[in-house]
Design a protein around this ligand. Sequence first.
Ligand SMILES: O=C(CO)[C@@H](O)[C@H](O)CF
Length: 541
Amino acid sequence: MAAPSFLGWDFSTQQLKVIAIDEHLRVIYEDNVNFDKDLPEFKTQGGAHVHGDRLTVTSPVLMWVKALDMILEKMKSSGFNFSQVRALSGAGQQHGSVYWKKGSIQILKNASPKLPLHQALKACFAISDSPIWMDSSTASQCSALENAVGGAQRLANITGSRAYERFTGNQIAKIYNQNPEVYAQTELVPVGALQKRISLVSSFAASLFLGAYAPIDYSDGSGMNLLQIWDKSWSASCLDACAPELVEKLGNPVPSHSVLGSISPYYIQRYGFSPDCKIVAFTGDNPASLAGMRLEEGDIAISLGTSDTLFLWIREPTPALEGHILCNPVDSQTYMALLCFKNGSLMRERIRNECASGSWDEFSKALSSTVAGNNGNLGFYFDVMEITPEAVGVHRFNSDNQKVLNFPKEVEIRALIEGQFMAKRIHAEKLGYKVMPQTRILATGGASHNKKILQVLSDVFNAPVYTIDTANSACLGSAYRAIHGLVAETNVPLADVVKLAPEPRLAVTPTAGAEELYHPLLKRYAELEQKVIYNPTSSCL
Ligand SMILES: O=C(CO)[C@@H](O)[C@H](O)CF
């Protein structure tokens, strides 16, 4: 008797990925389809089309459907046993939107198992190229939405974020403003009938497996500037500010752990899935990554990449004009926060090249040869316009808070690393994050292989740092959520469901006295940050 398995899907920007795990959480299959390489007929770059205005960015919907056909055929050819899949879930790139044309629901429901799905659905989309998260063409719609609800902070208090160009509500508003006839084409049926016609990429992907329109989940719905994150219902003032009859087109949002139903007959007949295979609500890629990293309350995940991204588990968030508060995908009573710091590894590499002859070993030696706290020297390093906070340029201050033009090389290196991590703690705490006794920092990305850098991170947060591999965290998190969905109704936390998964590896613990040392420095850093924040009207500092 073959062992039961669970599938996790990730409809990300550049590729479609799938992971199968067994009941012991061991990976038994993984595969991917790269959109540019494997589907060249769609002529994408990085999975997207960047339009001539350099602001509009879209991706072809049928490319996503065809990628699913391809990956399922690859699995079938490899002899994958679909009949043992007990449940599946998935993730999609956040904020993107799919516009189903009138009548698509019948075509989706009755797709012939003799044909690939992309052939059945080829005329089902009112917009063939969906707007995605890389789009920044909706500045006017963002201003209109913030004005309609009483300002940026008010919108953040309602939806968890101020208006962002990539957020779905503003994208829908642009389509309604610029293509009202297309907007009218998207299907409209009574609310409550679980029918709807505008999907996120995540709920669109779930619809393909369900053979019906899948609802938007609370967590990915938090990335639309439309959902009230406190009572998890659509905000009437936000919907009305974006487009008419929007609630009929979105349907009712659902908890992210919801079992939506059984897999569509199309997959049973074409691939041999079991009729009992359950579809668990899909969610956004970042919420799915939180599940894949198995974050728990008090944890903070830091991805040290080109830009540095923080995932926080927060019980009582305070939405701000920076960062994003989302409904937690694995615990409907709590929240997750996303914070992005644009000046990440490229900034670290520039200082390494200039102050450590391009060598990470020399960079690490400089960190070892300088004292924690850097004798009160502080620095802000933003080669490109930073978004957290909005600031640009390099600004150095000595222990008397006097601006200085430069630091000795090893002081510069420590000022960069301490500054980057103090900023992360300050802005995380502004969003309501609290370092707790059980706090763990889960570090990933290139710089997480450098223990000297991690030691500074541990000291600034006064918390142990673990390293994890997040290469497939969204996919793996989706497979974990597929298992969790089957038991979530019994209030079993995800942590219990995935306790057999490989543990993160402890890398460093805080140096004794770190909290006492960095507490006053964090206060100084926050005060000085106010001086460097970008003010287009003031002379450069
Ligand atoms: O826009 C983002 C999050 O707000 C990106 O991380 C997308 O989710 C990437 F697909």
